[in-house]
Design a protein around this ligand. Structure first.
Ligand SMILES: Cc1ncc(COP(=O)(O)O)c(C=O)c1O
Length: 379
């Protein structure tokens, strides 16, 4: 049986064969604890240090500014809770946006009953948080601004540099969730002027369960995991050496092949979009046409239900839904709601995301399956 074409790279990515090769010795032989002072600790310790440098090379930072985490969710939790508590004496106000990932929104909601005030900023019709709205929302007691680099559902890229410059001028800490942009956009924490940045391994062809948090030197952050002194004391627990090695290699590849991969993903995505448009008329693109990740295509099919389309095309295409219908209720994603996609369009929204492994043959087959499926459902 032919597997469905994988068009859900924003959901997760397969492992890169080069990542697997880098990890293999740590799966098979190098089992040592990097904290051990004997022979078995040497190679793992070196490997962790090397991975840290590989990540720094991608982000343009120093090794002591990287904390390994279990993924994007932990990085965001650590950044937001860590800053909120470390700067509690300075103020209690946090600014974020309405289309952030739940790994940011839920953390902010957790902080509210603990005495923090959060401003959830509106976005425009493309999903952009205007820097001017951030500026207006800043108060004397604002301690943190957290705005994602690129959105996971519609791919919109935020003016992070502009927002971070506002934050820096006012002595406010700036965090960005870059789970979707690492490997898809150039990242330079110096140029971006951000103080904290979250990385998720499984979006960049490394394994699930590993990530990193960049923390600029001088930024005060409350400890997240208490125990022994690993990760410069920020996050206790014996290092996940195997996956740290995988993440390091994945970051090296992400930097090395960035422009080639961006071009390829864009070509595949635009071919998919053009193919679908040539077959169907009732299709609408969500998000910004240009200020958007080169692999992301959020399409709404008029008056259809996303899950019905996914069922219809499921043997041929793996994509994700932007809305879910349960009996007579339609639950539209908070992102589509925030960008004001009308319900008759929003309920039929699918996210197609291409990746390094997507081929033209995949796209040809996907276009056929999607167009035929939608035509059958539209009667
Ligand atoms: C923008 C964004 N932030 C955070 C996360 C969470 O990352 P992880 O799955 O590594 O916990 C995701 C995952 O979908 C994401 O897209």
């Amino acid at each position: 049986m032919k597997k469905p074409i994988y068009l859900d790279y924003n959901g997760t990515t397969p492992l890169d064969p080069e990542v697997i090769a880098a990890m293999r010795p740590f799966l098979e032989e190098e089992f040592g604890n990097p904290s051990s002072s004997h022979w078995y600790g040497i190679a793992p310790k070196r490997a962790v240090a090397h991975a840290r440098k590989q990540i720094c090379a991608l982000l343009n930072c120093q090794p002591e500014e990287i904390i390994f985490t279990s993924g994007g969710t932990e990085s965001n939790n650590h950044a937001i809770i860590g800053i909120a508590f470390a700067y509690r004496n300075k103020g209690n106000h946090i600014i974020t946006g309405k289309i952030e990932h739940p790994a940011v929104l839920e953390v902010c909601r957790f902080l509210e009953p603990l005495g923090f005030e959060v401003t959830y900023l509106d976005v425009d019709e493309f999903g952009i948080v205007p820097a001017a709205s951030v500026e207006k929302a800043i108060r004397p007691e604002t301690v943190l601004i957290t705005i994602m680099h690129a959105n996971n559902e519609v791919g919109t890229i935020q003016p992070v540099e502009e927002i971070a410059a506002l934050a820096r001028d006012r002595g406010i800490v700036m965090h960005t969730d870059a789970a979707q942009s690492v490997g898809k956009l150039p990242i330079d924490v110096q140029a971006m002027k951000v103080d904290l940045l979250s990385v998720a391994g499984h979006k960049i062809y490394a394994p699930k369960g590993i990530g990193a948090l960049y923390v600029r030197t001088g930024i005060n952050l409350r400890k997240f995991m208490f125990g022994a002194g690993q990760e410069m004391g920020w996050r206790a627990g014996t290092e996940n050496v195997l996956e740290i090695v995988g993440l390091g290699r994945a970051c090296e590849i992400a930097g090395r092949d960035l422009s080639k991969n961006m071009d390829h993903m864009r070509k595949m995505r635009d071919m998919l979009h053009a193919g679908i448009q040539s077959r169907l008329s009732e299709v609408r693109l969500n998000g910004h046409t240009e200020k958007r990740l080169s692999n992301t295509l959020s399409l709404s099919f008029h008056n259809l239900e996303a899950n019905r389309i996914l069922e219809e095309i499921g043997l041929d295409v793996a994509a994700s839904a932007g809305a879910a219908c349960h009996s007579d209720q339609i639950k539209i994603s908070h992102v589509l709601e925030a960008i004001n996609v009308p319900v008759d369009w929003a309920k039929g929204t699918l996210r197609f995301t291409t990746g390094r492994m997507t081929t033209e043959t995949d796209i040809t087959r996907a276009v056929d399956a999607i167009a035929n499926g939608v035509e059958r459902l539209s009667g």
